[in-house]
Design a binder for this molecule. Structure first.
Ligand code: GDG
Length: 736
């Protein structure tokens, strides 16, 4: 089992809409009862284990809505509870309004049920702010704040603004919809939600699909750059990733053999006699697909009359949100449909549907899971669906089979279940028959595979992964910290320059000395920069090297009036003032024959793109391709190239600003820089560059060197400047 080995968080603060307990009054005494729901079960199991393993020294702190007395009483040995009070007037518009009538339907692909009301959004902001205010009294340096779910999208950024150094994780328990749905929200809502979420260091989802949807929305709405799962804002780097929530496998599995569960099973057996049992349990919600499920069951009874009098469907619905009109309606519809089916098939001794609208105690739930022949879990959309996982964990003798909707996040992991489309009544009814008829041997084989997976990736591994990833991304941020040059640092660079005797300048060309242009041939050196460089290079104590990815000819044309060293093609060619070009390294370049036809093919498919063939590398330029086509094609192209690159030694793909370049990995701007640095005993070395290829140069800079990244993305350089135009200000420091 994984451990939370890297953790060095002082305290863990969970923030979720609800506290995990509520108070009920019995005989004038307050009693705490655990709230139901996936998150609560997960965190409670986790905190028990953390306490046993002594992972975190203090109790877990939990901030959420609930009875104000919960904060005072010693409710649970593992938690300190902090109730947030939201006045009823705001809460109605916030919780019932924006959370459950706006976000919930849209994120579950029910746009027609989404209420686009700006008053709801205003209340949402106010309520998030109340959570923030509560946290202000609690947060201490070194805390890890773990924010949960769609009720609190705005909170991560609110915290980040005032406590920039806090470790923040955000986890979404519901699906993140495709961009085509998300864009139905007014732009202001979209921007607020995404900006809010990106205050976190890690943004977690149940599946990779949700993560990809989120990344696309980020690119399209906020325009941030992404690289695989990393996201670069103007000032920070953070990450979105999938963490499929697991369950406490042992808790369910061992409960099957407990005395309490066995008693429940006996009762069930007595009631059911020889009938097979189909079972489902879900919170009341239109996303859970009750009506389609009942229709499929009806169709199954029609299609397979051999099962009449031999099977019973026990459908348990847990009361939820029944103060909302649409929920009351769905309840009525369920009741009518159940009545219709029972009316159609029942006789005095057999009723095909047993419907219950209530919660069930844990041991009764496990007994039902274990004893039933089919688990029928058919949501129209579901972030994960823990019930499906609990069903598998509770198969003690592996005599049941799961019929599971492909629209549940859990379907990605539970691939041995019978996977159905919940809208397809025909397919679902056949699946019920198949599950009921499956041989014990086949069920055992499938269940055991799924159980192995659930045992391994359980709720503890889930949380451990999450914690560790936050830690890792925090470390990456430290390495890539962005510090903008200010007047003080500029002044100190100037002083160091003036005191030094042997100076080396390593300067990139495109995006550094000139702004990026629509066409590469348009990016020419302007007079002002030329004259600044000329003056710097004329000082005998200075050596200036232009280190570019460009071809020899272009770079030579730009600098023909200057006494500078030229490095072309990322370090492949070098030319000293007055000398000729020479090769830095001997290479076999036969691989170009294989890459060129692939790139040609992409130029045909991608209007506006073009190939630049250099001596030692090939570049695909896509600056003039529309954003959507480019982002789709670039991933395909990378896939295709990876295949070829694997078969060649020492080749790599370099992603620059709207370019993809294939070259040998045996040389780069770093190797070129190192060789120049080693030639003399320099006491002042300055490197400036703007794109990813310049990171190779920053990486090899000696500790005393000064490196500057043009642009606000995180970088290995010591300092950043926001804008290419600031280059004048920097070069001006070195003019005599
Ligand atoms: C959201 C997402 C995601 C329910 N009733 C009883 C009871 N439960 C327990 C179940 C299970 C949990 O509640 C329900 O979890 P789900 O995952 O099925 O669904 P949501 O509450 O809608 O949760 C969902 C989840 O967050 C976690 O991220 O999976 O997609 O919608 O653990 O066992 N337990 C007992 N009696 C009940 O009556 N004992």
């Amino acid at each position: 089992m994984k451990t939370i080995n890297k953790i060095d968080y002082k305290r863990i603060i969970i923030v979720a809409y609800r506290l995990p307990f509520r108070l009920i009054k019995k005989k004038n005494k307050h009693m705490a009862v655990q709230n139901s729901g996936g998150l609560v079960s997960a965190i409670l199991s986790l905190s028990e284990r953390m306490n046993q393993d002594k992972v975190v020294k203090s109790k877990i702190l939990w901030v959420g809505t609930g009875d104000s007395n919960l904060g005072e009483e010693n409710i649970n040995p593992s938690f300190d509870l902090f109730p947030v009070e939201i006045p009823k007037k705001i809460n109605d518009k916030y919780y019932s309004g924006y959370c459950n009538n706006v976000i919930w339907p849209l994120f579950h692909y029910f746009p027609q049920s989404t209420v686009f009301d700006n008053k709801y959004f205003e209340a949402y902001k106010e309520a998030n702010n109340l959570f923030y205010k509560k946290l202000q009294n609690i947060i201490r340096p070194g805390d890890f704040i773990w924010i949960h779910d769609y009720h609190l999208f705005l909170l991560p950024d609110m915290i980040r603004q005032s406590y920039p150094d806090t470790n923040i994780g955000f986890f979404l328990h519901i699906p993140f919809p495709s961009f085509e749905l998300f864009r139905l929200f007014p732009r202001q809502w979209r921007e607020a939600i995404l900006t809010g979420m990106t205050g976190a260091d890690i943004i977690g989802f149940h599946t990779n699909d949700y993560t990809q949807h989120f990344l696309k929305s980020i690119k399209r709405t906020l325009g941030y750059k992404t690289d695989q799962n990393h996201i670069y804002s103007d000032t920070r780097i953070f990450k979105a990733d999938s963490f499929p929530l697991g369950i406490d496998f042992d808790k369910f599995h061992t409960a099957c053999s407990s005395g309490k569960t066995r008693n429940q099973r006996k009762k069930l057996q007595k009631h059911l006699a020889d009938n097979k049992l189909i079972f489902s349990v879900d919170r009341l919600d239109y996303s859970k697909g009750f009506i389609k499920r009942l229709e499929a069951y009806d169709h199954f009874l029609e299609k397979f009359p051999n099962w009449h009098y031999k099977v019973v469907f026990n459908m348990i619905v847990i009361p939820s949100r029944d103060n909302i009109e649409s929920y009351r309606e769905i309840k009525k519809e369920i009741e009518a449909t159940v009545g219709r089916i029972n009316g159609k098939y029942s006789n005095l001794s057999w009723r095909p549907v047993i419907y219950q609208y209530k919660s069930v105690p844990f041991n009764e739930l496990v007994a039902l899971y274990d004893h039933s022949d089919v688990g029928l879990i058919t949501p129209l959309r579901d972030g994960m669906n823990l019930v499906a996982k609990e069903y598998i964990a509770s198969q003690y003798e592996s005599s049941g089979m799961l019929v599971l909707s492909e629209m549940a996040g859990a379907a990605v992991e539970l691939t041995e279940a019978i996977i159905i489309n919940p809208n397809d009544i025909e397919e679902t009814s056949v699946a019920i028959d198949k599950a009921l008829s499956m041989s014990l041997e086949e069920k055992r084989r499938k269940i055991s595979k799924m159980q192995d997976r659930l045992k391994r990736y359980n709720v503890f591994t889930w949380a451990t992964d999450f914690f560790n990833q936050v830690y890792e991304v925090r470390n990456e941020q430290k390495k890539l910290q962005v510090e903008f040059l200010n007047s003080d640092t500029l002044e100190s660079i100037k002083t160091r320059y003036q005191k030094s005797q042997k100076r080396l300048f390593l300067i990139d060309y495109d995006g550094t000395l000139t702004p990026i242009a629509a066409l590469p041939e348009m990016a020419l050196l302007n007079k002002k920069t030329e004259s600044q460089l000329k003056s710097i290079a004329s000082d005998k104590r200075n050596t200036v090297a232009i280190i570019s990815g460009r071809e020899q000819k272009f770079i030579e044309d730009q600098f023909k009036k200057l006494d500078v060293i030229l490095v072309a093609e990322h370090g492949f060619f070098i030319k000293y003032p007055g000398g000729n070009w020479s090769i830095n390294i001997e290479l076999d370049l036969s691989w170009k024959e294989k890459i060129l036809p692939v790139l040609d093919h992409y130029v045909d498919r991608c209007n506006g793109s073009m190939i630049e063939e250099k001596y030692a590398s090939i570049v695909w330029h896509y600056r003039n391709v529309d954003e959507d086509t480019a982002s789709m094609r670039i991933n395909e192209l990378k896939d295709d190239l990876t295949e070829i690159i694997k078969s060649e030694s020492n080749l790599l793909m370099l992603e620059g600003d709207k370019v993809l370049e294939v070259k040998s990995m045996l040389y780069d701007k770093g190797t070129a820089g190192s060789s120049l640095i080693s030639k003399e005993n320099y006491d002042f070395i300055l490197a400036i560059g703007d794109d990813r290829t310049d990171e190779d140069l920053f990486k090899i800079m000696p500790e005393s060197g000064i490196s500057i990244k043009v642009g606000s993305e995180p970088s290995k350089a010591l300092y950043n400047i926001k804008d290419q135009a600031q280059i004048y200000e920097i070069l001006a420091l070195f003019l005599s």
